[in-house]
Design a protein around this ligand. Structure first.
Ligand SMILES: Nc1nc2c(ncn2[C@@H]2O[C@H](COP(=O)(O)OP(=O)(O)OP(=O)(O)O)[C@@H](O)[C@H]2O)c(=O)[nH]1
Length: 524
């Protein structure tokens, strides 16, 4: 608004040939008509002007009387007000502009050099002439009325005293008006757009987003993922071991403390004793570093795990070799089946997947998707159907289709739910009707984030379903892998694979040395 006002104020300094913007014309034209003129008695003020004719006059401090403002009343040419009132016909403005062309505008207080009152008179004459010629035919009285109204308004609204803060740019305009020098050319006045001064922390203009170079994400090796997964166990262990053996000779007390630490890390009493016995035999009474302990610990863990780190043996003479997958809810049975199927069909074997988890609709769907992804045969049934019956049907179909491997999924169940464990027993029994050796492999999945409870899981599933092999899943997460050492020491069941992610390729053959090193926080 301030800018538009300034434009209006300085329109008279523009060269005559400069076209008046359409917008101004549109604004002014209708108001030059007769119907607008009567308003002159009760002028319509621009929004930004007060009806009181601007701010109150300054008060003389000594007398308390308002200071006279008459001198300043004259300083603004009448057209200023008229233009801003929006009641002057465009033709009048143009006439005044022409009249001023030869006479540069002067400022208040500057002695007239052919301008001032004369200038105003000349402009008025021009305006009269223009007005008359513009409206002579159709509205002979209108132009005269317009001038009269304009003069009336000019007289009624004295120019602001001390400027109009917040109206037309306030101070900036005041300074221009009170200066003794001629006004600069219009272009110079309009050119510098007044940039708002923003508070600290802000900026104007479109946000510039620097493209960030995308660093190719290096795929972690499975050992790195295993180490990351076991980092919680290993760092806790190594920190405690380092703290225990700082500046201490190996004695009975430190050995007892070490044993406690290893048991707390789920490694089991047997493995803990193996580590402390070996340490004592090598370093008793001597200085021991944390690294010495880690090395011996890794070595003893590897000794426990090596006998169980075996490949999953398939007897393909069976056609199919039946693998039954069991375990507690959410331990990764279905996902692991998908990963196994991917490996087997990738190797050219004909695989069938049977959705024996009839408790969960999503589990059936999940296995079906895995079958599609791995190009395996799929046998499913409806939700709540008898799982043993489904397993039997699938076995028959796999035989008929000469599948190499049949993998049967089962619903997750807690080992302490007798009824559900009995159902599992039934599945095993039914499969044995078609082949006395079936299921040939009973795989149990163990969630590596579970601690001591995994020991009892293996115990009971082994007894009920004849588990003869293990897969530990979720070793990529915040795993507590120590329990696998305890389970291996106790049950000596083969550990075939470990899961190090949710992806199809995230199933790795179990490697005793790597696992031992990862737990001890040592490199591969
Ligand atoms: N991070 C990680 N997640 C896994 C792994 N294996 C399985 N999961 C995830 O664990 C969750 C449970 O896996 P499922 O395969 O559905 O487990 P389930 O034993 O079949 O589940 P229920 O049928 O409910 O008993 C899913 O979100 C899997 O993606 C693994 O090795 N690492």
């Amino acid at each position: 608004m301030a800018l538009s006002f300034i434009k209006k104020v300085f329109t008279f300094g523009k060269p005559a040939e400069e076209p008046v913007p359409d917008a101004v014309e549109r604004e002014l034209e209708p108001r030059s008509r007769d119907e607008d003129l009567p308003v002159a008695d009760d002028p319509v003020l621009p929004e930004e002007m007060d009806a009181g004719g601007g701010p109150a006059a300054d008060v003389d401090e000594a007398s308390g009387e308002p200071e006279p403002v008459a001198a300043e009343t004259e300083v603004l040419p009448p057209a200023d007000h008229l233009g801003d009132m929006g009641v002057v016909p465009l033709s009048l403005l143009e006439a005044e502009a022409e009249a001023e062309q030869d006479t540069p505008p002067t400022l208040p207080g500057v002695p007239p050099t052919g301008g001032g009152t004369e200038q105003s008179d000349a402009a008025r004459q021009s305006m009269d002439v223009e007005s008359e010629s513009a409206h002579a035919e159709s509205e002979p009285a209108a132009s005269a009325d317009a001038v009269n109204v304009a003069e009336h308004i000019a007289a009624s609204f004295p120019p602001p005293v001390g400027g109009m803060p917040g109206r037309v740019g306030g101070e900036a305009v005041d300074r221009e008006l009170s200066t003794e020098t001629p006004l600069p050319p219009l272009e110079m006045e309009l050119a510098p757009a007044v940039e708002p001064i923003l508070p600290k922390g802000f900026a104007t203009g479109p946000a510039i987003v620097e493209p960030q170079p995308v660093a190719p994400q290096a795929k972690l090796s499975w050992f790195q993922r295993l180490r990351n997964g076991l980092a919680r166990t290993s760092s806790q262990l190594t920190n405690q071991i380092t703290a225990l053996f700082t500046k201490r000779k190996l004695d009975d007390e430190t050995l007892q403390d070490l044993e406690d630490l290893l048991i707390q890390a789920d490694l089991g009493v047997e493995t803990a004793l193996r580590v402390t016995d070996t340490l004592a035999s090598e370093r008793y009474g001597k200085d021991v570093t944390g690294e010495d302990v880690s090395r011996i610990m890794a070595s003893e863990i590897a000794k426990v795990l090596k006998p169980v780190a075996k490949p999953l043996q398939l007897d393909l003479s069976h056609k199919p070799h039946v693998i039954l997958v069991v375990g507690v809810n959410g331990t990764g049975k279905t996902t692991t089946i998908g990963k196994l199927a991917a490996k087997l069909s990738g190797a050219g074997l004909k695989v069938m997947l049977a959705a024996g988890d009839t408790f969960r609709a999503a589990a059936i769907e999940q296995l079906k998707i895995w079958a599609e992804r791995t190009k395996s045969e799929f046998v499913g049934t409806k939700l709540g159907a008898d799982a043993a019956g489904l397993a039997y049907d699938a076995f028959e179909q796999a035989k008929a289709k000469k599948c190499d491997v049949l993998i049967v999924d089962t619903a997750g169940r807690l080992q302490n739910k007798a009824e559900l464990m009995a159902e599992l027993e039934k599945i095993v029994r039914v499969l044995g009707k078609l082949d006395p050796d079936a299921p040939h492999t009973v795989l149990q999945t163990l969630d590596a984030t579970t601690g001591q409870n995994a020991l009892s899981q293996v115990e009971i599933f082994r007894n009920v379903a004849g588990v003869n092999g293990l897969i530990m899943t979720k070793l990529d997460g915040t795993a507590r892998g120590g329990i696998l050492v305890a389970i291996s020491a106790k049950h000596k069941l083969p550990v075939y694979f470990i899961g190090v992610g949710e992806g199809v390729d995230d199933l790795e053959p179990f490697e005793a040395e790597d696992f031992a090193h990862a737990i001890a926080g040592l490199p591969q």
